[in-house]
Ligand binder design. Structure first.
Ligand code: ZN
Length: 171
């Protein structure tokens, strides 16, 4: 008998594959496109556990006029609500852009097991680029990091968005 993935206890699951991470990134990219349609910077995130997506969100900083409304923060809040637990142990978070200080901090606090991100962020990246918060030995939790998944596609979405904004004469 074949059980749906979500029913298989985590310890019995095989190590997630590159295909799984790619699927998660495709779902995060779909969220990023939703942000763009809503007029916000196209960044999307999903959280999966046991092979199943339990939360999805996109950046809403402009829409909500909220500097903390990054895709990762909203996805973490939704996942914690769905699980009824602030500890997101055994969860994988996939996001189109390297997380900032706030989001990398929240990922550590939420005890996310694996972070998958697309494009690196030279201006604010706090996982590999400017800081290395997810692997800092001084903090009480370390996160496995997989970077560069569909990086070009993730970056292109952002560069196209900002190019269109410049063309429209916005700043
Ligand atoms: Zn952030």
């Amino acid at each position: 008998m074949k059980l749906p993935l979500a029913w298989i206890p985590l310890r019995e699951m095989a190590k997630p594959s590159a295909e799984h991470y790619d699927e998660l990134m495709q779902a995060a990219l779909a969220q990023a496109r939703l942000a763009q349609q809503a007029g916000d910077v196209p960044i999307g995130a999903v959280i999966a556990r046991g092979g199943k997506i339990i939360a999805a969100a996109h950046n809403r900083r402009t829409i909500d006029a909220d500097p903390t409304a990054h895709a990762e923060m909203l996805a973490i809040q939704a996942a914690a609500k769905a699980l009824g637990d602030w500890r997101l142990e055994g969860c994988t978070l996939a996001v189109t852009l390297e997380p900032c200080c706030m989001c990398a901090g929240a990922i550590v606090l939420a005890r996310i097991e694996t972070l998958v991100y697309g494009a690196a962020d030279p201006k604010a990246g706090a996982v590999d680029t400017l800081y290395r918060l997810c692997s800092d030995e001084r903090l009480n939790h370390r996160v496995e990091v997989i970077s560069g998944v569909r990086a070009d596609e993730c970056a292109r979405l952002l560069s196209d968005f900002f190019a269109a904004q410049r063309d429209a004469g916005k700043k």
